[in-house]
Design a protein around this ligand. Structure first.
Ligand SMILES: Cc1ncc(COP(=O)(O)O)c(C=O)c1O
Length: 414
């Protein structure tokens, strides 16, 4: 049997992740491997920490990636903070709130869930009231809920948590690099980002940052694994609860991401090159310009969708600008439409989960995929596909409306 080389089709990826990797990121992935303690590599590690601080808009010392997909970042932070029996409050407004609950429960937390309708977000005062009532140790919240395309305002909640000494953990997986995320200003104690969305890096790393309040708790739970522990690391584990995971133990990871360079795991060298290039691209573009670009192309897309006669889903005031949700017209099989788009146009869009499965489509305008030709491609493909599926749409207007929008604005030439 002869195995053929990998040969994947050319796609226009307009999902909320993974999106198209930036060509510069793909080139960075081809950089030769160096040893993880080679000074040339540890130099890159330090650079990445510095770049992540800028991306997260924080002065925190601790900013580094976890090897693993975005949920690895969620798990590392929650596992390192939670001791069995700790109260964790989770406001849930979509699928990824449930993920925070799932992780927290697996580490023995007593979880208090707050729920609102999918498509809406929480009035901050509601969360504050729940904090007052339940007095949790941690509030864990999603910033940009990819499954519903909504964004939770965080600052008020963060300020209240800080005042009460509650840890505020935020999943900014979908928003980092595409939407403003202000870790310090919003009093976020620990924040997790994603690579495969607005950073246009493949999945496989989760940049995180956390402050000294978090570091203090983690350090107090530090147990270095036998085989690499020194005499100074010896501790009496009957006097405290060590972190319940080795791979996601932030205490050991802090020792790896600092001058000690504790030999904990083998760093994913190539992914670190990729992350570095993805964040370099974001900082080169500058965060304000990048956020404006994401909002701008989403607006262009939405002009076209509305002109086609489609209805958008969700409360507009709290829209996550990089994920546009569309109501699937009555009687239309959403998955069949998506399959047609992929088969005939090479365009990928997403469905959603739970109560929204079969009810909405989601189109991402993220990172490298967030550009004019992609927006125009998805609109024209969608219109033609809907006509093929006997959906009554306004014909020929979508592209014209979006082109008019582009031509009337200064970004038209980009
Ligand atoms: C908001 C949010 N959190 C967490 C995750 C989990 O990320 P991953 O699939 O990379 O583990 C996702 C993935 O889409 C997400 O959108």
């Amino acid at each position: 049997m002869t195995w053929q080389p990998i040969n994947v089709p050319q796609r226009t990826i307009m999902t909320p992740g993974p999106v198209e990797a930036d060509p510069r990121v793909l080139r960075a992935l081809a950089t030769p491997i160096v040893g993880q303690f080679d000074p040339s590599f540890t130099h890159i590690m330090n650079e990445v920490m510095e770049m992540l601080r800028a991306l997260f808009q924080t002065k925190n010392q601790w900013a580094f990636p976890i090897n693993g997909t975005s949920r690895a970042g969620n798990e590392a932070v929650l596992a390192s903070l939670i001791e069995p029996g700790d109260k964790v409050l989770v406001p849930i407004y979509g699928r990824f709130g449930h993920l925070l609950v799932e992780i927290a429960q697996r580490y023995g937390a007593e979880v208090i869930e707050l729920h609102c309708e999918w498509g809406e977000v929480f009035e901050p005062q509601l969360v504050i009231d729940a904090i007052q009532l339940h007095e949790p140790k941690i509030v864990a919240c999603v910033h940009g809920e990819t499954s519903t395309g909504r964004m939770q305002p965080l600052q008020e909640i963060g300020m209240y948590c800080r005042e009460k000494g509650v840890f505020f953990v935020v999943d900014a997986v979908a928003s980092i690099g595409g939407v403003d995320v202000r870790v310090d200003e919003w009093c976020i104690d620990a924040c997790i980002g994603g690579t495969q969305k607005c950073l246009s890096v493949p999945a496989g790393m989760a940049p995180i940052t956390f402050n000294e309040r978090v570091a203090e708790v983690i350090t107090a739970r530090k147990k270095v694994e036998q085989g690499i522990a020194t005499a100074d690391d010896l501790c009496d584990v009957t006097t405290f609860t060590p972190i319940a995971t080795n791979y996601f133990d932030l205490a050991m990871l802090m020792d790896y991401w600092s001058p000690r360079r504790l030999n904990h795991h083998t760093e994913s060298t190539s992914m670190l090159y990729a992350l570095r290039e993805g964040v370099r691209l974001a900082l080169e573009e500058t965060l304000p310009v990048r956020f404006a670009r994401h909002a701008y192309h989403a607006q262009a897309l939405q002009q076209g969708l509305r002109a086609m006669g489609l209805e958008l889903f969700g409360e507009e005031t709290h829209a996550l600008t990089c994920v546009t949700c569309i109501q699937i017209p009555e009687g239309v099989n959403g998955d069949r439409v998506r399959q047609f788009l992929l088969t005939h146009f090479g365009v990928e869009i997403a469905s959603s989960f739970g109560p929204l499965h079969g009810k909405i489509w989601r189109i991402g305008t993220m990172g490298y995929s967030c550009r004019k030709e992609n927006v125009l491609a998805v609109l024209s493909a969608l219109e033609a596909t809907l006509i093929q599926h006997n959906v009554r749409v306004v014909r020929g207007e979508a592209i014209q409306a979006t082109l008019a929008f582009y031509m009337a604005t200064e970004y038209a030439t980009q």
